[in-house]
Design a binder for this molecule. Structure first.
Ligand code: IMP
Length: 427
């Protein structure tokens, strides 16, 4: 059986949680490969509604092994709370494992995320302030502490002592705030370590074994392509790679093992936080989409910026990720609109361009060039068969496929698992 990577193809919040939850039924292993608790997946199923931040959505299927991969940064307090919430509501979490190589979010990371954002003033990135960026920065600077370090208290204490000395210098001398206590952090994190120890593993071995047994493995992305530190709207990005390429590094599998890359797109665009978004609608239509779709962040509750589908982004995302298929979510949100626009290219300083520029300064000067299509103005939420969709909705989907040069496999027409149209088999 193959490996499938499911990745966000826009600016995050594309509805990956629902798509992963759908596909997890067939998977035996689901691995979260990037980000931290800055991500938020809403999953609605027979147990109720859940906002998951770290635990893969596959947790709801008995017998599915869920792995938090080495590419994730973990706030252990958040993870333990999530495990407890699931257990209290009757969800079995014994199949959840954590890579010993995953880095920890420490109290100074969360503190510094807020302090750094405030010091940026009007140029703030609009981070989730969960400490994710500072934790990834420390990983790269070789100042990180990995969850596996908690298994040896002496090693952990020594590492924390030297790192905290440095962090406290920054906190007190640069930001003028109080230093953090070594003992408090040490004791607290030792408790987290004891609680999580049975789940901490060399997870790449677990993955290799699953592949040897020919089981379906799913790599679950967080955030979206345009938040990638290399290919996104830098510096208005997150700090780990949400791309298909990032899934190899963040889960511990070689690129030749990945058979399918499913890109999840909303039927329109949204973005949280700062940075350019060429098709943003700052008008009534934007507000209508936001309210109708309840476009407010799962993690921070912030209103999401809404806009028309950007096919320049779509093409770029398909190319950078090597998409083999697409899942379109929230098509039903567009049911009421009399007409729809798709951005097919940009106008830059009077010239038409059809590529996605690398520089935000250039992107900010790009004006979307739109193509207008008729809306369908009829409900789609109860439709399960592609052929039953209104002709205008099929035209909209077909045009997206054409502009992105990639087939649509799945169309989601509502939050619930069943509200899904399987247009084309993935395998
Ligand atoms: P950070 O990842 O918290 O450092 O935030 C960096 C940028 O990524 C900000 O613009 C956030 O709003 C955005 N971001 C981070 N996580 C998500 C997500 O799960 N969905 C959408 N945007 C996100």
């Amino acid at each position: 059986m193959p490996i499938i990577a499911v990745i966000g193809a826009q600016w995050g919040d594309e509805g990956k949680g629902k798509v992963v939850d759908l596909l997890a039924e067939k998977a035996r292993v689901v691995v979260r490969f990037s980000g931290g608790d800055n991500a938020g997946h809403t999953v609605i199923n027979q147990y109720g509604e859940f906002g998951l931040h770290l635990i893969p959505s596959g947790i709801f299927y008995p017998g599915v092994t869920c792995i938090i991969g080495n590419g994730v940064v973990i706030n252990p307090a958040v993870l333990i709370n999530e495990i407890d919430q699931l257990n209290q509501r009757g969800v079995d979490t014994t199949g959840l494992f954590i890579s010993d190589r995953a880095h920890l979010i420490m109290p100074y990371h969360t503190l510094l995320d807020g302090l750094e954002e405030e010091s940026r003033g009007g140029k703030a990135i609009g981070t989730t302030r969960k400490g994710v960026g500072p934790a990834f920065a420390d990983k790269t600077a070789r100042l990180g502490i990995r969850i596996g370090d908690l298994l040896d208290k002496e090693v952990f204490q020594e590492r924390l002592r030297s790192i905290l000395e440095y962090k406290n210098t920054i906190l007190t001398k640069i930001y003028g705030v109080k230093p953090l206590s070594l003992d408090e952090i040490y004791n607290q994190y030792c408790q987290y370590g004891e609680r999580l120890a049975p789940r901490i593993r060399e997870t790449t071995v677990m993955l290799a074994e699953a592949l040897d047994r020919h089981e379906l493995v799913m790599l679950e992305g967080a955030q979206g392509t345009l938040l990638d530190p290399d290919f996104g709207t830098y510096p208005y990005t997150t700090s780990s790679s949400p791309l298909a390429g990032g899934s190899c590094l963040g889960a511990g599998v070689g690129p030749t093992r990945i058979d399918r890359v499913l890109g999840v797109f909303k039927a329109y665009c949204t973005r949280v936080g700062s940075g350019p978004m060429p098709t943003e609608l700052k008008d009534e239509t934007g507000n209508l989409i936001r309210e109708r779709a309840h476009e407010y962040g799962t993690t921070t509750g912030r209103p999401r910026r809404c806009g028309w589908f950007d096919a320049v982004v779509g093409r770029f995302s398909a190319r950078i990720n090597g998409l083999t298929g697409i899942a379109i979510t929230r098509l039903d949100v567009l049911d009421i609109l009399p007409s729809l626009k798709i951005c097919t290219s940009y106008k830059l300083d009077g010239q038409k361009i059809d590529y996605f520029p690398g520089s935000v300064a250039i992107l900010e000067r790009c004006q979307p060039i739109y193509e207008e299509l008729a809306g369908w103005q009829s409900p789609t939420s109860d439709i399960r068969d592609y052929e039953q969709l209104p002709v205008e909705a099929k035209q909209y989907i077909a045009r997206l496929e054409e502009l992105i040069s990639c087939p649509v496999n799945i169309i989601s027409v509502g939050a619930e698992r069943g509200q899904t149209i399987h247009k084309l088999p993935i395998f």
